[in-house]
Design a protein around this ligand. Structure first.
Ligand SMILES: Cc1cc2nc3c(=O)[nH]c(=O)nc-3n(C[C@H](O)[C@H](O)[C@H](O)COP(=O)(O)OP(=O)(O)OC[C@H]3O[C@@H](n4cnc5c(N)ncnc54)[C@H](O)[C@@H]3O)c2cc1C
Length: 437
């Protein structure tokens, strides 16, 4: 029986483990092992909602051990640190709890086929001060830190304004990068500041005292969307009172400001860096060829170009479409399609002459807060061949929520997805719109 090890249980890796477990593990046609450094999974596109307090990560997380038990794969908790490709063994580091005590010892896992699905980390592009003074949204804990810092700052500044110690106290949030993550976060934060004020958590006037600014090097926001849609989205952000500064890159970041290369200084109490991603450090420790963003180079069947028994999917990989030469973007829909593809080919005994993966871009949807989204749908969903159809408003918002439901469907099946949707809907009706502490 062959052993297939999947390193990283994110949007791609967990779906792959679930599909392979159901397909091969259940009938004992292969041993499927998933390794992740965290005990729980959350779908990464939800992280801006965790950061804004709109979403409680505990409600949406998946316990890897439970998923493994239900879907016939094994889960190993620990960080993959290196791979011995000659011996076909991966090293998994020991796991420690919050008290510093060892929970799981380090261990070695043998594989016949290995799938690397480590995701990506924030790319600071070497900008001085960016890594030291910016927060990021790479994990649930970082999103939670951001949220707690925002709430604490709003409370502190409100008290200073009330006591007269700082009569014009403000909270300045600067988001670097106007891709989907930066724009979605800015829109959510606007609503968070208002919701916190409504529940008397802070004494600031959210419209006047909580300043949210997006700084973008490109000439416009949301480069993945059509120019008119991006203009509409920018107008909508401005109507919320969000400042949008395009056309100048960040030159340096300090503890209290973001300096752009046009000489502007944007005061900042919290800087959130959302300007790009790169492969995590572990990619450089595997002896595999990488691109300049430290992503692992893979061929048409998603095998790494240096080792046909090692595959890579999702944000940690670099796959160039053999038909039109386009680079597959670091998106959840790409990780999902790659997981579906590998689930159908990894059961084969050999690694030669595997079919080729073909990426289909189904478009992009960007959320602009609780009630609005914009985007373009292409292909089957858009029903317009490859031209795409523009959607916005409530329809786009509903379709945006469906993207997550699709992920839940892939992990848990239809009945659980419906039950979860109803329970989340009820919870949203009963709980405050954002976390208040
Ligand atoms: C705020 C935000 C919003 C986004 N919005 C969208 C969107 O609207 N649409 C869209 O298509 N995409 C979106 N994305 C991008 C999308 O989340 C990623 O493209 C997708 O999650 C990539 O999937 P992945 O499986 O490659 O990696 P991930 O989902 O990042 O998972 C990687 C996994 O690997 C684990 N891991 C990492 N290193 C190790 C190690 N050394 N050992 C063990 N485990 C390890 C991590 O714990 C994690 O579980 C968004 C991303 C962010 C941050």
């Amino acid at each position: 029986m062959q052993t297939i090890v999947i390193a990283g249980g994110g949007a791609g890796g967990l779906e792959l483990a679930t599909r392979l477990g159901d397909r091969l593990g259940r009938r004992r046609r292969a041993r499927i092992v998933l390794v992740d450094r965290s005990p729980t999974h959350i779908w990464k596109p939800l992280l801006h909602e965790v950061a804004s307090g709109k979403l409680d990560p505990q409600v949406h997380q998946v316990e890897y051990s439970a998923q493994a038990a239900h879907h016939h794969f094994e889960f190993v908790h620990g960080e993959v640190t290196s791979v011995d490709r000659d011996a076909r063994i991966i090293d998994v580091g020991a796991c420690h709890g919050g008290d510093g005590l060892e929970r799981q010892p380090g261990r070695k896992l043998r594989y016949d086929k290995l799938v690397l699905a480590f995701g990506a980390v924030t790319n600071f592009f070497g900008i001085p001060g960016a890594a030291e003074h910016s927060m990021t949204l790479d994990s649930v804990s970082q999103a939670e830190q951001f949220r707690q810092r925002l709430v604490a700052l709003c409370i502190q500044k409100g008290l200073r304004r009330e006591s007269g110690a700082e009569p014009d106290a403000k909270v300045n949030v600067v988001i670097v990068g106007a891709g989907a993550t930066g724009v979605e976060l800015a829109a959510e934060l606007h609503h968070t500041a208002h919701a916190l004020a409504k529940y008397n958590i802070h004494a600031l006037d959210p419209a006047r005292d909580v300043r949210i600014r997006i700084v973008e090097r490109g000439e416009r926001i949301l480069p993945q969307l059509d120019a008119k849609l991006a203009r509409n989205a920018e107008q909508y952000l401005r109507s919320l009172g969000i400042d949008v500064s395009t056309g100048s890159g960040v030159a340096r970041v300090t503890s209290d400001a973001v300096h752009d290369d046009a000489g502007n200084v944007h005061a900042s109490d919290i800087t959130l860096w959302a300007a790009g991603v790169e492969g995590p450090q572990v990619c450089a420790a595997l002896g595999l060829r990488l691109n300049r963003l430290r992503q692992i180079l893979v061929g048409p069947s998603l095998q790494t170009i240096d080792d046909p028994k090692v595959f890579a999917i999702g944000d940690c990989s670099s796959h160039i479409c053999s038909v039109n030469g386009t680079v597959i973007p670091p998106r959840a829909q790409a990780a999902h399609q790659q997981a579906v593809f590998l689930a159908s080919v990894l059961g084969k005994a050999g690694v030669d002459q595997l079919p080729h993966f073909q990426y289909r871009d189904y478009g992009s949807l960007v959320s602009l807060g609780p009630f609005v989204a914009v985007g373009v749908l292409i292909g089957r969903l858009g029903k317009l061949g490859n031209r795409g159809v523009v959607v916005d408003g409530i329809l786009a918002r509903v379709l945006y929520r469906l993207m997550y439901r699709k992920h839940v469907l892939a992990l848990h099946g239809f009945a659980s997805m419906v039950a979860q949707t109803i329970s989340h809907w009820l919870r949203d009706r009963l709980a405050p719109p954002v976390k208040l502490h």
